[in-house]
Design a protein around this ligand. Structure first.
Ligand SMILES: *Cc1c(COP(=O)(O)O)cnc(C)c1O
Length: 421
């Protein structure tokens, strides 16, 4: 459920007409709903009501400071994957003891930053990282709380580019090696083992891979406890999928996911951490764009928008689908025709959809890409020197620009021509 609905023929974000935002901020622009974000976060809180837990919002899905502040104020922790994301979480007011640090390539500088600023735990992904973190923490006279990310070798049944839990993926330590690596961690100075971590992929639409992975996690926790380790926290990762098509079978709900966790590890007496990103923010955002031209091609028509692959990469990158809807509600029975919806970037890959059934459109008409809140603005670039797409947050009948569109001058000012040229 989201809060982007037609009211009196106008598509709105909560109680704000999208046409009003387009007029005041321009297009393309991302628009997010506070009510949807709040609701989705609440669903995960509810799903884990049965246990001490921390919902660590995965910052990479949408890292705007206003979104992080909203999440943090609701009580969320944060899952960060870089020093930059760590700094964002801190700048949004989230205390270090609610931040977990994931990722296969943490640098010394990034680890230092987190140790100095405070950190709940590092999710360590390799023996080399374990050694580096131990040395660093020891040299700082600090103790780094760690969980080790274990790769359970299960098929998450999602797009290959976002599957992370198979043995051929770069993530985590093979589960068969986990006890050995935990023993090493226990011997190293500067580290405190607190838990076990897994994250098997993104946009999972089936609970079975979770069941398989979490069963392996439960077995591992028992074995580790037998080996003498104190395991008090389990980080179950993120990845629960969202419906990208309105007509589709909906993926499982957070409450069902919470039950899977309870069935698998509920008897271990651990604090549970989860790291949802997409599921919280995906359907809480749309990308608003304008029609620039309608172009008649040979055997097909092109709807050319002012949004492009640099603003919303998912279709070009993953072949992803986003429902595209007119902002002016089509009248009942309005005639529709098939169009290829494309952006202005000079690549054929800059195609959002082919053969989309849309009512008659004119230059200046507005369309909205649904379910664009996650991995939308966060993955945007300035390819083709198109200014980084701005973002707007709506709450009730008010809205605010939470990231302004840079001017062309600002973009050019970032480059330097050396004196000797
Ligand atoms: C990307 C990522 C997540 C979030 O995934 P979603 O599919 O957005 O829920 C959580 N944990 C880790 C370690 C990640 O890399």
């Amino acid at each position: 459920m989201d809060h982007f609905n037609y009211q009196n023929g106008h598509l709105c974000a909560e109680d704000v007409r999208l046409s009003r935002i387009a007029a005041e901020v321009g297009t393309p622009v991302y628009v997010y709903s506070t009510a949807t974000l709040t609701r989705h976060f609440g669903l995960f809180q509810q799903a884990l009501e049965w246990t001490p837990h921390l919902v660590c919002y995965a910052v990479k899905a949408n890292s705007n400071l206003a979104i992080l502040k909203l999440m943090g104020d609701l009580g969320a922790g944060m899952d960060v994957v870089s020093g930059g994301e760590y700094a964002r979480a801190k700048a949004a007011g989230v205390p270090g003891e609610r931040i977990v640090f994931s990722g296969v390539g943490k640098t010394i500088a990034e680890m230092r930053m987190a140790l100095e600023g405070g950190i709940r735990q590092f999710n360590v992904e390799s023996e080399a990282e374990l050694q580096a973190l131990s040395q660093l923490a020891d040299s700082m006279g600090a103790v780094a709380p760690i969980a080790i990310r274990v790769n359970p070798d299960v098929d998450a049944k999602t797009h290959e580019k976002i599957a992370t839990g198979k043995s051929e993926n770069k993530f985590g330590i093979p589960i068969a090696k986990a006890r050995e690596v935990y023993a090493e961690a226990a011997r190293l100075p500067g580290l405190q083992v607190v838990g076990v971590d897994m994250h098997i992929g993104s946009q999972l639409t089936d609970l079975d891979p979770y069941r398989q992975a979490y069963a392996k996690m439960a077995d591992l926790v028992r074995a580790l406890r037998g080996d003498g380790h104190t395991i008090t926290r389990l980080d179950m990762g993120g990845g629960l999928g969202i419906p990208y098509r309105r007509d589709n079978n909906a993926p499982p709900l957070p409450i069902e996911y919470g039950q899977v966790i309870r069935d698998a590890v509920g008897d271990l007496g651990c604090e549970i951490e989860i790291e949802p990103g997409r599921n919280i923010v995906g359907n809480a955002g749309i990308l608003l764009a304008s029609v620039i031209y309608l172009k008649e091609g040979e055997g097909r028509d092109f709807l050319i928008l002012d949004a492009a692959m640099n603003d919303l990469l998912r279709p070009a990158m993953y072949g992803a689908h986003h429902d595209i809807v007119p902002v002016n509600e089509p009248t009942l029975g309005a005639e529709v025709s098939a169009m290829d919806v494309v952006g202005p970037v000079c690549e054929t890959g800059d195609t959002f959809q082919k053969g989309t059934q849309l009512p008659a459109m004119m230059a200046g008409d507005l369309v909205a890409f649904r379910s664009a809140g996650a991995y939308g603005a966060a993955m945007a670039s300035e390819y083709n020197t198109r200014p980084l797409v701005p973002e707007v947050l709506v709450s009730g009948d008010q809205f605010a620009v939470i990231r302004a569109r840079p001017s062309i001058e600002e973009i050019l000012a970032r480059d330097t021509i050396p004196e000797w040229l």
